[in-house]
Write a protein that binds this ligand. Structure first.
Ligand SMILES: Cc1ncc(COP(=O)(O)O)c(C=O)c1O
Length: 385
């Protein structure tokens, strides 16, 4: 196989070997919480498609809905009934999604939210906090982004009330939107979230929550639900776990802002493809029926060292209950729960309470850990399936 046919090794940058584990580099299939590599080796997966899968790979209910949508023709010349039905179901469960539009990727959906904010405010500048995808509007330093576009964007630091307030106030007359990932490694403080709400209102700017990692994980409605932000963000963006791995993203929020979609142009040929819409509907039902977010929270809390629910260190829990391989057993479900990003501290060598997710070094064989690692079938983690 030629690796150079796909520049950078893979089309999903965060799956390139140096971003994750090094080896194995490619997989052939996945089921539940397990993944098989090219040589047939089996792994317990805590990455779960970079957070795009929360119910487990190939969840039966989701597959059943997707299969029915395939049998129904996948896509057609008219908008599908499933689009309106899913919009209704989401609005019922997440009331601040008064109107929604569907797209295929998170990056597109956040870009759509930004466009809608610019339409609503007739302003251009954006403050962003976190990662919002690869598109031009938020790529401060990337080559190939026009300087004019780059200059319209600036970073807002996570959880820094004073700096955030100052940045918003300084740009107030030109500021269209503040786009934030509400959880970046650690949880946000109430003061920071409240500052964002108050200051954007004061500045006449739109508050956009990029809930691509947090919705269908912290809570079905993401951080806005978990931290009960009132009033809710003006616009929110959902993606990743929303359709349990089928490609779908949502931009939604206040009706007056979303209705501006009629005045600008936001559209994609396959945004209304029926398989992902059906998968999302089924995913939502499973999340509600099975209390999935509560389960993720429970498991994540047990894996996080130093938490009251976890008197033992994370590596002991992992050895005893989850471990099958070496790097394969790094507890990223904790990361799923807290939506954290890799840190540089290694949980196998240090069990510091500030640890959130394993660093790449933990993904490689660690001699001390390998010796201690025994896998017990009876001790398998409870699956959601
Ligand atoms: C918070 C957040 N926003 C936006 C994106 C971009 O989504 P996508 O990769 O589906 O375009 C990601 C992807 O990791 C994300 O985590």
């Amino acid at each position: 196989m030629n690796d150079w046919r796909v520049p950078g090794f893979t089309s999903t940058g965060s799956k390139r070997p140096d971003a994750l584990f090094g080896t194995p580099a490619r997989m052939t299939r996945a089921a539940g919480c397990r993944v098989w590599d090219e040589s047939g080796r089996e792994y317990v997966d805590f990455v779960m498609a970079l957070g795009a899968v929360a119910l487990g790979y190939g969840h039966a209910d989701v597959n059943r809905a997707a299969t029915a949508a395939i049998a129904a023709g996948v896509v057609g010349p008219l908008p599908p009934v499933a689009e309106a039905e899913l919009a209704e179901a989401l609005a019922e469960r997440i009331p601040w999604l008064e109107r929604v539009r569907f797209l295929k990727t998170g990056a597109e959906a956040v870009a759509a939210a930004v466009r809608l904010a610019r339409v609503a405010t007739a302003r251009e500048e954006i403050l962003g906090c976190g990662y919002h995808g690869w598109l031009d509007w938020c790529q401060g330093a990337a080559e190939g982004v026009p300087a004019g576009v780059r200059n319209l964007f600036a970073e807002l630091p996570f959880n820094d009330v004073a700096a955030g307030r100052e940045l918003i106030r300084a740009r107030a007359p030109r500021l269209a939107a503040v786009v934030v990932e509400p959880v970046v490694v650690s949880e946000p403080t109430r003061e920071w979230l409240q500052m964002l709400r108050v200051e954007t209102e004061r500045a006449g700017a739109i508050l956009i929550f990029d809930e691509i990692k947090t919705a269908f994980r912290l809570a079905i409605g993401g951080a806005a639900e978990r931290y009960t932000l009132k009033p809710a963000p003006d616009l929110v963006v959902l993606g990743k776990a929303l359709a349990n791995g089928f490609p779908l993203a949502v931009v939604g929020g206040r009706a007056d802002l979303m209705n501006a979609a009629n005045r600008t142009w936001i559209s994609s040929t396959l945004a209304t493809e029926g398989v992902a819409l059906a998968a999302a509907r089924a995913t939502l039902e499973v999340f509600e029926r099975d209390g999935v977010c509560e389960h993720i929270h429970r498991i994540g809390t047990r894996l996080l060292p130093g938490s009251p629910a976890s008197p033992r260190c994370v590596s002991c829990i992992t050895r005893r209950r989850i471990c099958r391989g070496v790097w394969r057993c790094a507890p990223l479900s904790a990361a799923s729960c807290s939506s954290a990003r890799p840190t540089t501290s290694c949980p196998w060598r240090t069990t510091r309470a500030r640890w959130t997710v394993p660093s790449p070094c933990c993904m490689r064989p660690c001699a001390r850990f390998r010796r201690a690692c025994t896998y017990s079938r009876a001790g398998r983690p409870r699956s959601l399936r």
